[in-house]
Design a protein around this ligand. Structure first.
Ligand code: NOJ
Length: 525
């Protein structure tokens, strides 16, 4: 039997936006507990919870003030324990967001660190003198594309931050910091947590010599003057830190360690670990970021990923996250269904972003309701983080009051209750796909065989000695004809209205995908 996470569909959930139990407009842990039956009905195996720790919430909780507590907006440790127990009772697991690259500037560690140059925690963060002319120590820029160094008046030095100035970077070259972080991991695993998603994994360590980044004048990488982040990202020492975390995690059985690695594929694959243990999986954003959504492009993106996957490494697939425009907005409601079939029939673990199961699109967020500080830098992410619509009543059944972010405008018709009542809805498609993953051994292995296809068609096989499956997807809006690799039977269509024998030529309707169970055990292809 493969380890639990290999066949799992993990549901990634933004805590403030899932369900509000105490009517303050913010989602919370008890709200999540109240909705677990939805996830169980859907067929979800694990929940990845966005950050729930005490935080000023400048960066939606990725600015952490206490790694071992619960944000009062979301509940308390007792509510957390209830969530763990209720998930486990339903056979589901819990993965926590884990953010050791930086803290909030209100974290007691930073308050101590900035209190004086000789404070014992001074070296827990990255402090440097100004250059003789008073300018910052290097040319490094942060995610806002502004200077990554902020000046501290009190101690007359600069500190480094990859993200907001209110998110100082921890110094993970310091063994005391690493030890403190490893204690955090143990704390949560003792409380029953089944795994972690490591934030900003490529950026844990910076160049020891504090060298300036080179300018990259290659027009393909960005406009002239674009900076090549060679000294602040993907440093070799990062792997040592990740290996240490992984060893801590491996002290506890059956835990999962996933990493956010935004890098070219070849570099990303390094994060499975080479000389030292790495992640069980770095997230694979291939089908999320490939543009345009065109069969030959997607086919090539899948192929490249599968080819570069190291021996023994397990694949995974992501369609959306809290940092990118939602799949239903990027691809349109019809192709969102095709994308779901693609994601859930490819080999490996699937990460579903909350709302994808109802085809939720980006919400309109008027200027006076903006929450994300990155909006000021043209990178606002609020529209992808809107509340989950559960019903058509006021506030979408999410809360009894106006939610912290506006609901998507179509919530009166696009909500869990309405789609559950409609047997042809995308929600029922997700449920059917997740059931298929559990039922069909061919969907539980890492075996993938591409099939030659043309135009808007994308075809592949999932061979298995018991029963092989062919997946045939029409990524376009015109009818297509596919040639099947053998005789079989359509067992699922994205339109949920078709189950019939199939042989030879198969006509796919616009925006339709089908799974065909092949009767010949070893068909050609
Ligand atoms: C990556 C997270 O996905 C993003 O939402 C966050 O702003 C940064 N890391 C900083 O923690």
């Amino acid at each position: 039997m493969p380890t639990w996470w290999k066949t799992s569909a993990t549901y990634s959930l933004f805590p403030a936006s899932f369900s509000d139990s105490n009517n303050d407009g913010y989602g919370d842990l008890d709200g999540i507990v109240a909705r677990l039956d939805h996830l169980a009905w859907l067929g979800i195996d694990a929940v990845w919870l966005g950050p729930i720790y005490p935080s000023p919430m400048l960066d939606a909780g990725y600015d952490i003030q206490d790694f071992c507590g619960i944000n009062g907006k979301f509940g308390d440790l007792a509510a957390f324990d209830r969530l763990v127990a209720e998930l486990h009772r339903r056979g589901m697991r819990l993965i926590l967001d884990f953010v050791p690259n930086h803290t909030s500037d209100r974290h007691p560690w930073f308050l101590e660190s900035r209190s004086s140059r000789d404070n014992p925690k001074r070296d827990w963060y990255i402090w440097r003198d100004a250059k003789p002319d008073g300018s910052p120590p290097t040319n490094w820029i942060d995610h806002r594309k502004e200077c990554a160094w902020s000046w501290d008046e009190g101690t007359a030095q600069y500190y480094y931050h990859l993200f907001l100035p209110e998110q100082p970077d921890l110094n993970l070259r310091n063994p005391d910091v690493v030890a403190a972080i490893e204690e955090v991991l143990a704390f949560w695993m003792e409380r029953g947590v089944d795994g972690f998603r490591l934030d900003a994994a490529m950026n844990l360590v910076e160049d020891e010599l504090f060298r300036d980044e080179p300018m990259d004048d290659d027009i393909a990488n960005g406009p002239p003057g674009w900076m090549d982040h060679l000294f602040t990202s993907d440093r070799p020492e990062t792997h040592r830190v990740i290996a240490g975390f992984r060893r801590t995690i491996d002290h506890y059985p059956e835990r999962l360690f996933v990493g956010e690695v935004i890098a070219p594929l070849v570099r990303m694959m390094e994060y499975y670990g080479r000389r030292e243990p790495g992640f069980h999986m770095p997230f694979n954003n291939q089908i999320m970021k490939t543009e345009p959504w065109a069969a030959r492009k997607i086919e090539a993106a899948i192929d490249q990923y599968m080819i570069l996957l190291p021996d023994g490494a397990w694949p995974n697939w992501v369609l959306g996250s809290h940092d990118v425009s939602r799949a239903a907005t990027r691809l349109g409601p019809e192709q969102a269904r095709v994308a779901a079939m693609l994601q859930l029939t490819l080999p490996g673990t699937a990460f579903i972003y909350y709302g994808e199961e109802i085809g939720l699109g980006d919400a309109e967020v008027p200027p006076d309701r903006i929450r994300d500080p990155y909006e000021a830098y043209g990178q606002g992410r609020d529209p992808y983080r809107a509340p989950m619509p559960w019903a058509s009543d006021a506030h979408g059944g999410f809360s009894g009051v106006e939610p912290w972010l506006p609901l998507a405008a179509d919530y009166p018709t696009r909500n869990v209750a309405a789609l559950r009542a409609d047997p042809g809805s995308i929600l029922h498609l997700y449920r059917a796909l997740l059931a298929l993953r559990r039922d069909k051994p061919a969907l539980q292995t890492e075996t993938y065989r591409p099939l030659r296809a043309e135009g808007d068609l994308l075809m592949f096989m999932r061979p298995h000695e018991q029963e092989s499956l062919a997946v045939v997807l029409n990524l376009g809006s015109a009818q297509q004809e596919a040639v099947l690799p053998g005789r079989g039977r359509i067992i699922l269509s994205t339109k949920l209205d078709r189950a019939e024998a199939a042989e030879g030529r198969l006509v796919l309707r616009p925006d339709e995908g089908v799974v065909v169970a092949l009767s010949d055990k070893s068909p050609a292809g």
